[in-house]
Design a protein around this ligand. Structure first.
Ligand code: 2HG
Ligand code: ZN
Length: 463
């Protein structure tokens, strides 16, 4: 056995593309968190399942940690390689492998972008309905690793609902074919579902068979301005009862100001505390009238103060940009992020406590919040005040996150709604999962990955 594990890998797999240039190590070693200094051993870019298998078997032999890597758009540090790991980037495995019109499934390699999946589904007259702003860069493997949610969960659910089968290289070097796209399969543990949301700690997804839906029905996009969160929840109840919602997303005035400063167009005169972008089926005149009537009712009740309905696709896109552009507009300031959820029925009670907590604990920081209110999912982005060092700022945010985690625990909520735990939230996992659950999760990890080579340090505080 050679002393140098990387040299051995290159020798065993002469066709495997390996990168070791400093620029590549930096590029592939980080995700959108930008908190850790990338320091991977090297980057492997396999082109086949066989190569992935061989790399995982080599890593087991040589005790080298692997960080599976998709589009690295994650916000929890799940794809960060800062401790000499081998980054296994699946971007070359980005093809559509099969479409089955009878099963209504699309089989893809894990490195394909979400947008390419959308386009392929559309090309067959169908739709892959999971959607969010990072669609052009994120990969389906990464979506599966975090059970990604996004802007259409209210109608279609999370990634979990749309995965019919998975091909996975487990941490122990076995190739697993999970569920084989069966609709009915009552034959024991559903390892496919266990894999979804496991953040690369059990296996590396190499292929996925995705369920496809009917194309979305013709819709309208409306932007609403609202005076307060209580009114917003009233409007949500009203719209959900009267319209067929495809999305119901909210953001604060601070969020809007940041997106406008980033080049978006102001939707109407005047400032309002809160905004909602909602999209709903509008197949015919009666459906469009129902939407206008619901808006009129909300106006009469004083729940909304202003609103616009997009009159063209370009206008709809401009309204969506106000919501979808938030993350990008804040990114240069490297915000500290929370991504929390409670049951929808508990949103009002949780919100009151959360607002009081944030106002008390962050008297000087700019706090931007927004999110998928119809799913009970709120995103909180805290911006560092100039006078605070990065270190002091993170320490303050971690303290507040602990308080937030306690509040969430009282409301039965989760410290990670859709971004995963990764490195960022591993200290708070115990606020959402019991000690017994965490012990079982760690046990499951040991079964799939006995040598602990897959994404060590992610999800759990101790490996
Ligand atoms: C979104 O909903 C994403 O736009 C990102 O989940 C949220 O940047 C964030 O905090
Ligand atoms: Zn989100």
């Amino acid at each position: 056995m050679s002393d140098n594990p990387l040299a051995e890998l290159a020798r065993c797999l002469p066709d495997l593309r390996l990168l070791t240039e400093p620029g590549d190590l930096e590029h592939y070693g980080r995700d959108w968190t930008r908190r850790w200094t990338p320091a991977p051993l090297a980057i492997a870019l396999p082109a086949s399942v066989d190569e992935v298998l061989a790399v995982v078997r080599w890593a087991n032999r040589r005790q080298v940690a692997i960080v599976p890597s998709g589009g690295r758009t994650g916000l929890s540090g799940g794809a960060v390689a800062a401790r000499g790991e081998l980054v296994l980037a699946l971007e070359r495995m980005n093809r559509v492998l099969d479409f089955d019109a009878v099963d209504r499934t699309l089989t893809v390699q894990a490195g394909i972008t979400l947008q390419a999946v959308h386009e392929a589904a559309r090309g067959h007259g169908l739709a892959y309905p999971v959607d969010f702003a990072a669609r052009g860069s994120c990969s389906i493997g990464g979506n599966i690793a975090t059970n990604a949610g996004g802007i259409r969960v209210i109608r279609y659910g999370n990634t979990r609902e749309w995965v019919a089968a998975l091909k996975v290289v487990a941490g122990n070097g076995e190739l697993l074919e999970l569920n084989r796209a069966l609709i009915k399969n009552s034959s024991g543990y559903d390892l496919r579902q266990l894999m979804i949301g496991s953040e690369g700690t059990l296996g590396i997804v190499v292929e996925a068979t995705l369920k496809l839906a009917d194309p979305p029905r013709p819709s309208q996009v409306m932007l609403l301005a609202l005076p307060d969160m209580d009114a917003l929840m009233q409007v949500f109840a009203l719209f959900r009862a009267r319209l067929a919602l495809q999305a119901f997303e909210f953001f604060t005035d601070r969020a809007l100001q940041n997106v406008l400063a980033h080049g978006a167009q102001r939707p109407f005169d005047g400032d309002h505390p809160y905004y909602v972008v909602t999209e709903f089926d509008a197949v015919d005149e009666p459906a469009r009238d129902a939407a206008l009537a619901a808006f009129g009712h909300a106006l009469e009740q004083g729940w909304v103060s202003d609103g616009v309905i997009a009159q063209s696709e370009a206008q709809a896109a401009a309204l969506w940009r106000l919501r979808e552009g938030i993350t990008e507009s804040l990114a240069p300031r490297r915000p500290y992020k929370n991504d929390v959820s409670v049951r929808v029925s508990l949103v009002p009670a949780f919100l009151h406590e959360m607002q009081a907590l944030l106002a008390r604990e962050y008297p000087h920081a700019e706090v931007v919040w927004f999110g998928h209110i119809g799913d009970g999912n709120l995103h909180i982005n805290v911006l560092r005040p100039d006078e605070l060092s990065e270190e002091a700022f993170i320490a303050q945010c971690e303290h507040v996150t602990r308080l937030l985690a306690e509040t969430l625990q009282r409301h039965g909520g989760s410290i990670s709604a859709e971004h995963g735990i990764g490195l960022v939230k591993r200290s708070y996992l115990d606020s959402t999962r019991s000690a017994a659950e965490i012990a079982l999760m760690r046990g499951v990890r040991r079964v799939f990955d006995p040598n602990g080579i897959l994404n060590p340090g992610k999800l759990f505080v101790r490996d």
